[in-house]
Design a protein around this ligand. Structure first.
Ligand SMILES: [Zn+2]
Length: 442
């Protein structure tokens, strides 16, 4: 039996929040140390940690790198009950609950993706750190995964100064795990070979990782289907992402952005990610529709009209009634088809990642890798779906322009950010044989 926690599928500060639910995570009950801590990470709430990890300047203006481990005091750690679970932590005003919630969010996301991989996912910083240090840092206005750490702060709304702790925001934490999975499975580019599209690809994949993980909550599946009657292009939990970094930012997976929108240049990788996220979301929806047709829940004509109107204003009004009728007649089939397409997409993603290189990555490489992935995993069943959706986004046709200066209110960049600072590998050059021989003689 695994270990049980309370987890909010959607942050309780969101107006569409869902109640917390009990989840059972992979570590066997009784196996977790206080923190919680498992084989791959430990959560702590440091006392008086005034600075986040990453690149900083000293008082003389010189750069220095600040990385784990935290060597100061920590606040009281949550401890498992006698049966080995953490269900006795459920009070949103208790920092120990925030620690268990962060742990559960990260572990839940890893469990989902390790399930697709059928193996553990090893952190990209495994050569320097055995475990990820996960810090509760309420004064930090962000939540990021970096080299050896995840730090989780609080979102402060600029307008009304309201607070929303990222520790209770599953979406945001799963998104950060997504960055970690891509670093681990695709790699971190050499900084001189880091393309704009790699940064967009990172954001896009982080959103897809979060979306697929979210679709492992029964409550979310129900909510998405009930609120849309299976018309996934309607705004819902599934296609709406919020990475509330330094400014509140809502991104939609069902967007109409094309790569040519960036021909003159780009400012923010979250926006540059939109054509790729849109293409991947459309692939998910097309797989879903194809499966609904196969089981007889929707007609071929509804699927065709849906494909034709995708991305137009008429989509919602013209199709909604038909979706409602189909959904009420075939509710169970819609549910099964959604789970089916979720799993197909996840398999496509991991097979795609295994075929990509981080250096100089372009969205066109993603398309090529996904076609290969589809050939291997599904005998090329989704060849046309993949090509049509990448072509609609003008991937492989339009060229992304230069990076433009940021506007004052733009969210923080991830480029050269705290996320990608790494310790120096081996700053002392290796000695020659002759030098070592002389050393040995001496
Ligand atoms: Zn991100």
């Amino acid at each position: 039996m695994g270990t049980r926690f309370w987890l909010f599928p959607q942050t309780p500060t969101d107006e569409n929040s869902l109640p917390a639910e009990v989840v059972e995570l992979s570590p066997p009950a009784g196996s977790l140390d206080p923190g919680p801590e498992d084989d791959s990470m430990y959560v702590i709430f440091p006392v008086d940690k005034h600075q986040e990890y990453g690149m900083h300047k000293d008082r003389f203006g010189r750069d220095y790198v600040y990385l784990p481990p935290w060597d100061g005091d920590v606040y009281e750690r949550p401890v498992a009950d006698e049966a080995g679970h953490f269900l006795h932590y459920n009070d949103v005003d208790d920092a120990r609950f925030h620690a268990t919630h962060i742990y559960a969010s990260i572990r839940f996301t890893l469990d989902v993706w390790e399930g697709y991989y059928q193996r553990p996912i090893k952190w990209h910083f495994r050569n320097h750190y055995d475990k990820c240090e996960v810090n509760l840092l309420p004064d930090f206005d962000n939540a990021i995964i970096g080299y050896g750490f995840v730090e989780v702060g609080t979102y402060v709304d600029k307008k009304d100064r309201s607070l929303s702790p990222f520790s209770l925001n599953f979406d945001v934490l799963a998104h950060e795990v997504g960055h970690g999975i891509v670093y681990a499975e695709v790699g971190m580019p050499d900084p001189r070979k880091e393309s704009a599209e790699y940064l967009g690809f990172q954001e896009s994949c982080a959103d897809i990782v979060s979306m697929v993980a979210t679709l492992h909550f029964d409550s979310i599946i129900d909510e998405v289907l009930e609120s849309t009657s299976g018309n996934l292009y309607m705004h819902n939990h599934l296609n709406r992402f919020a990475e509330t970094s330094s400014s509140k930012q809502i991104r939609l997976a069902c967007n109409n952005m094309k790569l040519s929108d960036f021909a003159a240049g780009w400012r923010d990788e979250h926006i540059l990610a939109q054509p790729l996220t849109g293409a991947i979301f459309d692939i998910l929806v097309d797989i879903f529709h194809e499966e609904l047709v196969r089981v007889g829940a929707i007609s071929t004509s509804l699927e065709e009209v849906s494909d034709k109107l995708e991305g137009t204003d008429e989509y919602e009004s013209e199709l909604q009634e038909e979706f409602e009728a189909a959904y009420s007649a075939y509710t169970a089939q819609f549910r099964e088809a959604l789970i089916f397409s979720r799993d197909r997409l996840a398999t496509l993603m991991i097979e795609t990642w295994s075929r990509l290189e981080a250096d100089h990555l372009e969205y066109l490489d993603v398309q090529r890798a996904m076609l290969e992935a589809d050939k291997t995993a599904f005998s090329g069943q989704y060849h046309t779906i993949i090509n049509v959706n990448f072509a609609w986004r003008e991937i492989g046709m339009a060229v992304v322009g230069p990076k433009l200066p940021r506007k004052k209110d733009d969210p923080q960049s991830h480029t050269h950010s705290n996320r990608t600072v790494v310790p120096l590998d081996d700053p002392v050059p290796r000695k020659s044989y002759r030098e070592r021989y002389d050393d040995a003689r001496r």
